[in-house]
Design a protein around this ligand. Structure first.
Ligand SMILES: [Zn+2]
Ligand SMILES: [Zn+2]
Length: 320
């Protein structure tokens, strides 16, 4: 399994983006992504052109759509359920999510706590959270300066509260890419641990929760139980758990690289434990938990300590 750089939330001129599907694919290729998902607002009009352009450029383009409603936005990727958004209501959103999943799609709660009206109608998610509990992913970070500021902190906390309730939701980042951004402001990347960069493999890996979000850090993270190693997203057997982590600086991340790492934390339903870590050095935390365990990586960037990466969970206790 290898971790691929992916961008799962993008727009084109088919909705309110500034790039044509071909320009988006060209730009994503230049930026070094292995896969992107096209998620225009309530339309798949650009998907075929983007997929065709991707085939020419060797870039995986996953068909998708952003269900854009007055109550919140969800990206739906895989391409099986493009018309379900038409009659979404706060009452049936849970059924719509389940229906999309039954058609093979991955459903992501997009930028749930971003500022809404009057800046962006429907961007702030007001759906009953219990009705979103079946979603596959949660955008803990989105758009520019994704790991900085209070929205990121609140989204991380809300995602953890879903895990605490027994939900199995992968952490993803959504650039919500609309413009060409030749000199992009600070952004992050979703790394997906898949068998290949093929669309099916990437979607399957996201469903399993083999993801982490990062600003300039590549993380090799595994859980070790009874001498056996498990990747991010795994259901772990009972027993003492060692979380092992080695990080390198991402070479292809282009702005505001972290200077050095400072510490990493293992966060479980029981609390958090921390350990110092540096680039290129392996560190371990021994932990016990019954539900979930996620890893946060901190370092120096822009001359302050920032949260630079968050993994999806390792789980115990069976699927929801
Ligand atoms: Zn949106
Ligand atoms: Zn969007």
């Amino acid at each position: 399994m290898k971790f691929y750089r992916c961008e799962l939330h993008t727009h084109t001129v088919s909705s309110d983006g500034k790039m044509t599907p071909e320009e988006l694919v060209d730009r994503a290729t230049e930026c070094g992504y292995s896969a992107i998902a096209l998620t225009d607002h309530n339309t798949v009009a650009g998907v075929k052109r983007a997929v065709d352009a991707g085939k020419k450029r060797g870039l995986t383009v996953i068909p998708g759509i952003e269900w854009t409603t007055f109550y919140g936005h969800l990206t739906v990727t895989g391409g099986g359920s493009d018309v379900l958004w038409r009659d979404i209501t706060p009452d049936n959103i849970d059924e719509k999510i389940a229906r999309a999943q039954s058609l093979g799609d991955v459903v992501t709660i997009a930028h749930p706590l971003r500022m809404g009206f009057p800046l962006c109608s429907g961007c702030h998610c007001v759906y009953d959270r219990a009705k979103l509990a079946g979603a596959d992913c949660y955008e803990i970070w989105s758009h520019y300066y994704p790991n900085e500021g209070v929205v990121a902190q609140k989204q991380l906390a809300e995602w953890l509260s879903f895990l605490d309730k027994g939900c199995r939701m992968a952490a993803v980042y959504g650039y919500d890419w609309h413009n060409r951004d030749d000199v992009p402001p600070s952004y992050a990347c979703t790394y997906v641990g898949a068998e290949s960069a093929d669309g099916k493999d990437v979607l399957a890996a996201i469903k399993k929760g083999a993801t982490y979000v990062s600003v300039g850090v590549e993380a090799d993270c595994a859980a070790i139980v009874n001498g056996r190693e498990y990747p991010i997203g795994s259901e772990l057997p009972a027993g003492e758990t060692r979380i092992r982590l080695t990080c390198t600086k991402s070479e292809d991340y282009r702005s505001d690289k972290p200077a050095e790492l400072t510490r990493f934390a293992v966060v479980t339903e029981r609390g958090r434990e921390e350990m110092p870590i540096r680039f290129g050095k392996t560190a371990e935390i021994i932990t016990t938990f019954d539900k979930y365990c996620v890893v946060e990586i901190y370092g120096e960037r822009k001359r302050e300590e920032q949260l630079l990466a968050v993994t999806s969970a390792f789980y115990r206790g069976g699927a929801r």
